[in-house]
Design a protein. Structure first.
Length: 278
């Protein structure tokens, strides 16, 4: 593990992504501790342009957009991480079971996975979001997570299927080890790097999904996220009013966060993917 991490530190793409992500994370965690004002407090006129006091101007409600942005990035990253955990965990369990056990269980789990792949996850996400009356950021993250696991499951299944014929797996079977023990100790360590990459991609996908449904007005209630900031800007016609500061910083933040995560994933892929490495 330490050796793999040391190799990652030598990857320019991984380091660029990691540094950018950590800098943004540090900013959004530290600034609210310095400026302890309520981000929903109205302190200016609607769509007031940026100045020395309001670095990003005000939104349609006359609130400090820079402070809102800090809280919005926090929420979006939190939603993305929780969604990434759920999606990766579900995909990992289904992929491992289908790939190792095989037979009827493999057919059933593969059929379920294919059904979820055929039906666009965003459509399922919208339908579930509409049917739920009260949505917190946690509920939104869980909904995103349980609708975005199929691709991880399919990839994990493929890798597990190729590993179950290895000698060390046969030796573990002959030794009388149980199926869960073989999966955890003989299969999982060999795909650990891929699981981490899948988690990074699922996190980026979760952030984009949250922004998408929040822009449609189906995101979490009583909180601030990047998607909600953009939804407010669209509802109150900020583009028509020429108030670019009401939506462009939020859009750029989404782009920077997802870019940093994709750079991290690309760096890891170049290190751990034998086809690319060769």
């Amino acid at each position: 593990m330490k050796h793999s991490f040391a190799i990652l530190l030598k990857s320019p793409k991984f380091m660029i992504g990691a540094i950018l992500f950590l800098l943004m994370l540090a900013l959004v965690l530290i600034y609210p501790q310095i400026n302890r004002k309520d981000p929903l407090e109205m302190i200016a006129l609607a769509f007031q342009p940026p100045d020395a006091k309001l670095w990003l101007g005000s939104d349609n409600f006359g609130r400090d957009l820079f402070l809102e942005l800090m809280y919005g990035i926090q929420t979006s990253i939190r939603v993305g991480l929780i969604a990434g955990v759920f999606a990766t965990a579900i995909g990992l369990v289904i992929g491992l079971l289908a790939g190792y056990v095989g037979g009827l269980l493999d057919n059933i789990l593969t059929a379920v996975t294919n059904i979820f792949i055929v039906i666009p996850s965003f459509v399922i996400l919208i339908l579930i979001s509409v049917s739920i009356n009260s949505r917190s950021s946690l509920v939104t993250a869980i909904i995103i997570g349980i609708t975005s696991w199929p691709w991880t499951a399919r990839a994990v299944r493929a890798q597990t299927t190729s590993l179950r014929g290895r000698d060390h797996v046969h030796i573990a079977k002959i030794s009388g080890h149980s199926t869960p023990k073989i999966i955890v100790f003989e299969i999982l360590p060999y795909i650990a790097s891929y699981v981490v990459m899948a988690f990074v991609l699922q996190t980026a996908s979760g952030i984009l999904s949250e922004a998408s449904i929040s822009m449609l007005g189906l995101g979490p209630y009583n909180t601030i996220s990047l998607g909600i900031i953009m939804n407010w800007a669209l509802v109150f016609e900020a583009p028509v009013a020429g108030a670019w500061w009401a939506f462009i910083p939020a859009a750029l933040s989404i782009a920077l966060i997802t870019f940093s995560l994709y750079m991290m994933n690309t760096g890891m892929d170049e290190i751990f993917n034998p086809k690319i490495r060769s």
